[in-house]
Design a protein around this ligand. Structure first.
Ligand code: B12
Length: 462
């Protein structure tokens, strides 16, 4: 009870202190509901998600115990995994989560070790840039490089100007077809960089890129009755538009129209909530390094805060904390491989059909690599089942054709292999899911096919 009162106060403080320049903030009850959903999503046996910590901090949930636990797990993951087992974008999200928790990313202490996440991020960002120069593509994606530039810039570290100039050129290039999500994060990174460069040529380029991206978003909103991209890109698009008004001035943003699209959707996925919540309280990832550290100090007696003159790109004094010492939780990869016979670690195969079932047609197609194949099957699943259930049913019926593997990610289970053919980031291949000709906007863990639908998994490149 006491906790939820304090929690409510935290939310109110966040709303009162919001710096929304555009005058749109969501009603308190909605923010509170979404924050509770985020808290409930924090599971002690799952890897910690830095995007959730970042969203909680931006929305002012500084007193929540889930937040404290997340912070400690993130520090432990950082010291054990950042150097070898994380992509540049993952390290960037960790840096943003730590900055927003008033922690110094240059000195992350946990489990008796200390790491400098900023130098790891600089090194990984340099590798992304080197790949862009030699191969024409980054090691991961432009989305990750945008996160890298944003985190380096907000932390006041070097190494973000080159990536920002590259991102500006990419968003201006007529040949590049960059998703709304990526353009939104790139816009946040470029906005931070813009406030730090003094070279006229560089400023002009960044201005042009920012004005282009934001005007494209406004055009898209006008054409789509409020929608920019799809419902899952709205969070990042709203964050970007809320933080960049000077780049589309004197044009106005009808934020009420865009917010009403978001209000109509019942976001359930923690990642989707984590991306939309900052925008709903009038904030963006740009404010990750500007949270009220005194409020955090007041509400978190277990963290030993002290002032650091090192960070603080905008002259803000930031606190740093020592991490609690306890063994790491098991983290990792789930291989969901349904098998009708006994198999340790496999999930149970679908049970006998209940009365209300639907038929779903499912094809797996590879016309891209190695030996081409194309198989189709029709399966019956209970009405309301997720697509994952369809894949399990198909694999149980014809394992030689439809066996598959998934990996747990921040967005849920991702299909990484079908019929023994694995997606590869080195090759930039993945299993794309379509309904008819349209790419699905959700993954297998949440998408619910309807009666008679034809789902295709097509081996593709990105
Ligand atoms: C880059 C990207 C991809 C790349 C990832 C390549 C790579 N190796 O980096 C590729 C092209 C493979 C991809 C695929 C898909 N994606 Co995608 N993707 C993104 C994007 C733009 C950025 C993710 C990222 O890099 N985050 C930063 C890194 C540091 O965090 P991370 O946790 O390590 O990221 C990993 C996960 O995000 C995962 N991932 C990426 N997309 C998806 C989608 C699902 C459903 C799952 C479970 C995991 C997942 O791959 C990332 C790298 O390993 C997001 C946009 C967003 N708003 O987040 C969309 C996004 C997450 N993707 C989305 C979708 C729908 C898909 C697909 C289902 C599309 C399709 N019709 O096939 C497929 C996944 C199918 C499958 N096999 O299960 C949606 C998810 C919405 C939802 N409700 O679940 C998003 C939000 C885009 C959108 N606005 O619609 N994606």
């Amino acid at each position: 009870m006491l906790l939820s009162v304090a929690f409510g106060i935290g939310v109110l403080l966040a709303l009162a202190g919001s710096t929304a320049a555009h005058g749109c903030v969501a009603p308190h009850h909605l923010v509170s509901k979404l924050l509770h959903q985020l808290e409930d999503s924090v599971k002690r046996d799952e890897p910690p998600n830095p995007s959730i910590l970042l969203a909680m901090n931006l929305a002012g949930a500084t007193d929540s115990s889930a937040r404290q636990w997340l912070l400690q797990q993130i520090q432990k993951e950082a010291v054990t995994k950042a150097q070898k087992d994380m992509t540049s974008g993952q390290v960037a999200l960790y840096v943003l989560a730590l900055l927003s928790s008033c922690q110094n990313p240059q000195q992350v202490h946990a489990l008796g070790h200390t790491v400098d996440l900023l130098s790891i991020l600089q090194q990984k960002t340099d590798e992304e840039m080197a790949s862009l120069e030699t191969e024409g593509v980054p090691i991961t994606t432009l989305y990750s490089v945008s996160l890298d530039a944003l985190a380096l810039c907000l932390a006041g570290a070097g190494g973000y100007r080159g990536p920002s100039v590259m991102l500006a050129k990419q968003v201006l290039s007529p040949e590049s077809d960059i998703s709304v999500d990526t353009r939104a994060v790139a816009a946040l990174a470029l906005t931070c960089t813009y406030s730090h460069v003094d070279l006229q040529d560089e400023q002009d380029l960044l201005w042009e890129a920012l004005s282009t991206v934001t005007n494209e978003f406004l055009d898209e909103q006008e054409k789509g009755n409020g929608m920019i991209g799809n419902i899952y890109s709205m969070g990042l698009a709203l964050q970007a538009l809320g933080a960049t008004s000077k780049f589309y001035a004197p044009r106005d943003w009808d934020c009420t129209q865009a917010f009403s699209v978001v209000y109509k959707h019942d976001y359930r996925l923690p990642m989707a909530i984590a991306q939309v919540l900052p925008a709903l309280v009038g904030k963006s990832y740009l404010e990750a390094a500007h949270v009220d550290c005194d409020a955090i100090a007041g509400m978190s007696p277990s963290l030993q805060l002290f002032l650091s003159p090192k960070l603080g790109t905008a002259g803000v004094h930031r606190g740093m904390a020592a991490a609690a010492q306890s063994p790491p939780d098991p983290v990792g990869t789930t291989l969901l491989h349904c098998a009708p016979w006994h198999c340790a670690g496999c999930p149970p195969c679908p049970s006998p059909l209940p009365a209300a079932s639907i038929t779903v047609h499912y094809s797996v197609i590879n016309k891209l690599r190695g030996k081409h194949f194309s198989y189709t099957i029709s399966v019956q699943v209970p009405r309301g089942s997720t697509l994952l259930r369809v894949l399990q049913e198909a694999a149980a019926k014809e394992p030689n054709k439809f066996s598959f593997k998934t990996e747990q990610t921040s967005w849920g289970p991702m299909v990484v292999s079908i019929h023994g053919l694995a997606a590869s980031s080195a090759d930039r291949t993945y299993w794309q899911f379509l309904s008819g000709q349209d790419a699905l906007q959700e993954g297998v863990g949440t998408y619910k096919p309807h009666m008679g639908e034809h789902i295709q998994a097509v081996f593709s490149t990105y």
